[in-house]
Design a protein around this ligand. Structure first.
Ligand SMILES: NC(=O)c1ccc[n+]([C@@H]2O[C@H](COP(=O)([O-])OP(=O)(O)OC[C@H]3O[C@@H](n4cnc5c(N)ncnc54)[C@H](OP(=O)(O)O)[C@@H]3O)[C@@H](O)[C@H]2O)c1
Length: 314
């Protein structure tokens, strides 16, 4: 597994990280405790050492509780990236609340759930329109000063918001969505990140499973599958994505890798894509993703894929 320092003189974390949203069991179907635990263990066995969790991953902190049970056996193998500033209300609706007091309370609760004294990275999950970014950044500074996190990140920001955050705290990582069909936010942020030596950690590399290559044109989704509400899973966008997947399928056959591994390899070879956070709910899925670390694309192969993407975006 290729590694990268999380911050200057910081720990070396794998560039493929495991995203723990699916095992939280809120939107992924067929998740259970046994296979979720096996998935985390498999991730570690395959060389993954960075786990992306959050206060809101599970209505009752399920992702943290699962990690805790693995941490008790394999603490030295795991780096933790966490997020505060979002939670669920009694009606199971998502609430953005990045007031400093809430962020500090979330942090204390997460550390307790995980059974650790400190996480490696603490993100603001999303800017709270009701709270100045300076205040949320101040809370992250306090979290580091208290020794509860080693460095600071922010998710889901525009360039202006990232600039504002970095006026008030030292940002180590920005986390945003990025994949072959969704590159705008990354394009807007990458120069700033590069100039300020901030890592970019990307989520939805598989576009929630679509680009993992197993959901093909004639896939029949369960009516409970919330992915059907995303535009990319509907109509013309779905057809164009399927055309792209067909082309990737041909190329992956010549590379003797899976479509998902080609997708991760392409992503990690894009400038300023430092970490690919890949969600998984089974050991087989995370093993396949982790093994993308051995796939490398030539300049020509990268250009061919870029051509496929341009066609799909037309
Ligand atoms: N900061 C934020 O606001 C934010 C937002 C979103 C996500 N994230 C983080 O980023 C992570 C990644 O996002 P995500 O989990 O939503 O989506 P993702 O990584 O794009 O896709 C994950 C899904 O792809 C499918 N999959 C994974 N490996 C596969 C394989 N080898 N073959 C076939 N299918 C495979 C699984 O879905 P099925 O088996 O159900 O098809 C899995 O749940 C999250 O887990 C979370 O840690 C952060």
């Amino acid at each position: 597994m290729q590694c990268i320092p999380l911050f200057e003189d910081g720990p070396l974390v794998g560039r493929i990280a495991m995203g723990c949203w699916p095992i939280a069991g809120i939107t992924s179907l067929g998740v259970n405790e046994q296979s979720s635990l096996a998935t985390i263990h498999k991730a570690i066995d395959e060389g993954i050492n960075l786990f992306d969790t959050a206060y809101s991953y599970g209505f009752n902190g399920e992702s943290d509780h699962l990690l805790q049970s693995v941490l008790s056996e394999r603490r030295e193998k795991v780096f933790l990236a966490h997020k505060v500033g979002q939670h669920w209300n009694a009606q199971k609706e998502r609430v953005v609340d990045a007031r400093p007091a809430t962020m500090l309370n979330h942090t204390k609760e997460c550390l307790k759930r995980l059974g650790v004294e400190c996480v490696d990275l603490m993100y603001l999950h999303a800017p709270d329109p009701a709270v100045p970014l300076a205040e949320s950044a101040g809370a992250l500074n306090d979290i580091v000063t208290q020794g509860w996190a080693r460095c600071i990140g922010v998710c889901n920001v525009s360039l202006e918001q990232a600039m504002e955050m970095s006026r008030h705290c030292k940002l180590a990582v920005i986390q945003i969505p990025f994949n072959m069909l969704q590159q705008e936010q990354h394009r807007a942020l990458r120069r700033f990140a590069n100039e300020h030596q901030i890592l970019i950690a990307c989520y939805w590399i598989y576009m929630k499973g679509l680009l993992a290559g197993k959901l093909r044109r004639n896939h029949r989704f369960s009516p409970n599958d919330k992915r059907l509400t995303y535009e990319i899973f509907q109509g013309k966008s779905w057809d164009r994505a399927q055309d792209l997947i067909d082309r990737l399928d041909e190329l992956s056959a010549t590379k003797e890798c899976s479509i998902s591994q080609l997708v991760i390899a392409w992503s990690l070879q894009q400038p300023n894509v430092d970490i690919a956070i890949i969600g998984a709910k089974t050991p087989e899925q995370i093993a396949e993703s982790a093994r993308a670390s051995s796939v490398s694309l030539t300049h020509d192969e990268l250009s061919i894929i870029d051509g496929y993407i341009s066609e799909a975006m037309r």
